[in-house]
Design a binder for this molecule. Structure first.
Ligand code: ZN
Length: 322
């Protein structure tokens, strides 16, 4: 049955990424459709998109082994129920059930950060390691933890929420989760920009970021990393602070998990080696020495494809009749 295709789907707030992937993890076809922001027609849209793509490729549904899909919120793995999403208005939404009825295919659902972690484990920077921590630095900070080859979900689906590790215990910035001082308020793209802008307003120190901010009325997290790489002192202070907090959080987490690979993904990770190296410096300082020895930190390699590849892995491993 290895000639069947696995369907990987990564549901985002703006687009739904879809792919047909071989049993061996090779990308056969990938495409995107817009996300219905009301959340109501998502499964119908997906079913139609699969049918249209199969027709385009001269194939039938018999070619497909099943669907593995990531949803932007905590998920009940057994029932495929999405407990809650921030953007799509879903509350206890039976995604697996709807998806299976609409498509006529079997489906397995997980959280989007988790399937991205699985994708990196299978085909990306995780490089086949079975103990992997993935942290995604985007608008927020997401995470996926794979321990002994299995995604850590916890008792009610909130395992791997690395972004909400408390980094600042008193007087931290408010977080979307309702707490204060979470890692997300520091190491997300939003957090990095906030910290840089705060620093600019605290002093008159010369900085290329000040000029950029005056010219454009805004700066990006990328600007902060680029300025730091070019030796800008203020930007470097911000980068040191961010990577110190990220390295600390990863070290504490790693002391409990003893991972082989730590993978940093998301838009902020385009900062590349500068981000990786600084994070590693602090990680090594704060982790238990044997834990630090066992782990390597790398930048994610699959980019936007991590989710659909992780989804395909779920089909391959969870829908056992394949
Ligand atoms: Zn939080």
């Amino acid at each position: 049955m290895t000639d069947k295709w696995l369907v990987g789907i990564d549901l985002g707030g703006t687009t739904i990424k879809m792919a047909f992937i071989s049993h061996y993890g090779e990308m056969i076809e990938k495409w995107e459709i817009p996300t219905d922001k009301s959340g109501k027609t998502i499964t119908t849209d997906i079913a139609k998109a699969i049918d249209a793509k199969l027709a385009e490729l001269g194939q039938t549904k018999a070619k497909l082994a099943g669907i593995g899909m990531g949803a932007p919120g905590p998920v009940n793995l057994e029932t495929g129920l999405v407990y809650e999403t921030v953007n799509l208005g879903w509350k206890n939404y039976p995604l697996k059930h709807h998806l299976e009825i609409e498509t006529g295919l079997r489906a397995v659902i997980d959280n989007d950060a988790n399937i991205a972690a699985i994708g990196e484990m299978w085909k990306g920077a995780g490089d086949g390691a079975t103990d992997v921590i993935c942290v995604t630095l985007g608008t927020g900070v997401g995470g996926g933890i794979i321990s002994n080859g299995t995604v850590v979900h916890g008792v009610n689906g909130a395992g791997g929420e690395i972004g909400h590790i408390t980094s600042v215990t008193e007087g931290g910035a408010p977080c979307n989760c309702g707490k204060e001082g979470c890692l997300e308020t520091i190491a997300s793209a939003t957090g990095i920009v906030r910290l840089a802008v705060e620093k600019l307003s605290e002093s008159d120190a010369q900085s290329s970021l000040r000029t950029l901010y005056a010219e454009n009325g805004s700066i990006s997290s990328r600007d902060v990393f680029e300025a730091s790489e070019q030796g800008d002192a203020l930007a470097s202070e911000v980068v040191e602070y961010i990577t110190k907090q990220l390295g600390l959080a990863l070290a504490n987490l790693s002391n409990g998990l003893n991972p082989e690979k730590i993978v940093i993904g998301g838009g902020v990770s385009r900062a590349g080696e500068h981000l990786r190296k600084n994070t590693e410096k602090y990680f090594k300082r704060y982790a238990f020495p044997r834990v630090a020895e066992g782990a390597s930190i790398s930048i994610a390699t699959l980019g936007n494809d991590a989710g659909v590849i992780g989804g395909a892995w779920l089909v391959k491993t969870k829908l056992s009749a394949v």
